[in-house]
Design a protein around this ligand. Structure first.
Ligand code: SF4
Length: 150
């Protein structure tokens, strides 16, 4: 028993992550008004095809468990309040990622009267993932940067 505990302690010490590097990141995704193209690519990035989970990146159902708010689509007037509610429900420190050209304000979808605009018009954006839509590898590589010490 003591040998086992000693081995476990050694294993934990030998596999410890560098200081400041999070072991995992929980992502809450909000579709703020996309065409669903970005969602298809995000689904592939989280499927066994790319398998983001093996790097410690997982999509969670509640913003209360999330470290990162990942937003797709331009922000429509209807999605303004739900997006802000999700953001304010997240614990600090929280980060925001904008996925796709629409979320970055390229005006690909919708008319001006239906849109609030780019995500950064509402929230502080920490990570930008351009593309229409960005492919799963690009999404995965961008999200992996969140694991770097900030
Ligand atoms: S960036 Fe392209 S794929 Fe993504 S929501 Fe906009 S139009 Fe659709």
């Amino acid at each position: 028993m003591l040998t086992l505990l000693r081995d476990l302690r050694r294993l934990r010490r030998d596999t410890a992550l560098p200081q400041g590097r999070p072991a995992s990141i929980a992502i809450r995704h909000v579709d703020a008004g996309s065409c669903n193209g970005c969602e298809h690519e995000l689904t592939l990035a989280t499927s066994p095809y790319v398998d983001l989970q093996r790097f410690g990146l997982g999509v969670v159902a509640s913003p209360r468990h999330a470290d990162v708010l990942l937003v797709t689509g331009p922000v429509t007037t209807r999605m303004r309040e739900p997006l802000l509610t999700a953001y304010h429900a997240m614990p600090e420190p929280r980060r925001v990622a904008a996925l796709g050209d629409c979320a970055l304000g390229c005006n690909l979808l919708g008319s001006a009267s239906e849109l609030v605009g780019a995500v950064e018009e509402l929230l502080p954006v920490d990570l930008r993932i351009p593309g229409c839509p960005p492919d799963p590898e690009r999404i995965a590589n961008a999200l992996l940067a969140l694991l770097e010490p900030s």
